[in-house]
Ligand binder design. Structure first.
Ligand code: TA6
Length: 303
């Protein structure tokens, strides 16, 4: 495995991008520029934190109990769900949300944008383990651009000779004041699968507010969503392309306590997931020899 020192030599950017080995043995990229700070674990290409300088409170949420461990997902940040979303269609033993977030990725490029933002590109490292779960010739890259805006581009290339179908998500946890003080707008009139207590198709009426466990897969939507936070007096804009599903999720207290890594007592109250997804009716057929990208941009503004 490439060491942090080798990565600093090859991809480090003075006073902007550096790599370090965490106590867990996993490598973390730290980004600090004039516009924002962020951190990303190379395992899973997992963006863990992002805080623009204009924001007194982080925009991407990381659980106080988040643990970095080989082969384990990290609670919070922006997990990459690929090449399926949710449970595997036929193999119950395969990991929920795919394996991409718990396997090694390697850095393939870094740079500074003309506007001063920091760009980092990672590629999933295939192995016998991944091929056993996904026997298709493919390449998966994630490019994150860290500045006053956060841009994430997940690109699947079909390098084989037969088409394949993927489910995917940037399963991003956004930091909010309190789950009872926010609304999510942009999905009015959209159909969604309500996953709480089964899976029932419903239609969204107006803004989404929260008073209990909420787990909804909105389908056939390219809408920009906005998290309106009355207490923090800020809006978080989530603009996507290459994604036809949006998932809105809060575990609420009972599920959160069972998860054990949502942050003692009330950590779950300070997050909401608004995920940019392709799932259920919206899974993507990637034709042989072509590529598909899911792109999301996050921007926080004070009200
Ligand atoms: O995206 C919402 C969801 O599918 C929920 O059903 C819940 O399982 C959540 O993802 C977290 O999943 P994880 O595997 O990260 O614990």
């Amino acid at each position: 495995m490439t060491t942090a020192q080798q990565l600093n030599t090859q991809f480090g950017i003075k006073d902007q991008l550096s790599f370090r080995e965490d106590a867990s043995g996993l490598i973390v990229a730290d980004i600090h520029n004039a516009q924002a700070t962020a951190s990303l674990c190379l395992q899973g290409a997992h963006l863990m934190t992002w805080q623009p300088k204009s924001q007194a409170v982080p925009v991407v949420w990381l659980s106080r109990d988040a643990k970095l461990a080989q082969g384990k997902s990290i609670r919070g940040g922006a997990p990459v769900c690929w090449p399926w979303f949710g449970a595997h269609a036929t193999e119950a033993s395969f990991p929920g949300h795919g394996y991409a977030r718990t396997v090694p990725w390697r850095v393939i490029a870094s740079g500074t944008e003309p506007n001063g933002a920091t760009r980092l590109t990672l590629r999933l490292e295939e192995s016998d383990k991944t091929r056993a779960q996904w026997p298709h010739a493919s390449q998966l890259d994630l490019t994150v651009t860290i500045g006053e805006m956060l841009r994430m581009e997940l690109t699947t290339e079909n390098t084989g000779t037969t088409d394949f179908v993927i489910g995917e998500a940037l399963h991003t946890y956004l930091h909010i004041s309190d789950i009872g003080a926010v609304r999510v707008t942009g999905l009015d009139g959209c159909e969604y699968w309500d996953k709480v207590g089964g899976s029932v198709l419903k239609e969204q009426a107006g803004a989404i507010s929260f008073a209990s466990e909420t787990d909804r897969v909105y389908i056939n939507t390219t809408a920009t969503c906005v998290i309106e936070d009355d207490k923090l007096k800020r809006r978080i804009h989530i603009t996507k392309s290459g994604s036809l599903s949006t998932v809105v999720w809060t575990p609420w207290i009972e599920k959160a306590n069972k998860m054990g890594d949502m942050g003692q007592s009330d950590g779950w109250r300070e997050m909401v997931c608004v995920e940019s997804v392709n799932a259920i009716e919206n899974v993507v057929t990637v034709a042989a020899g072509t590529a598909h990208s899911l792109v999301v941009e996050y921007h926080a503004e004070l009200m």
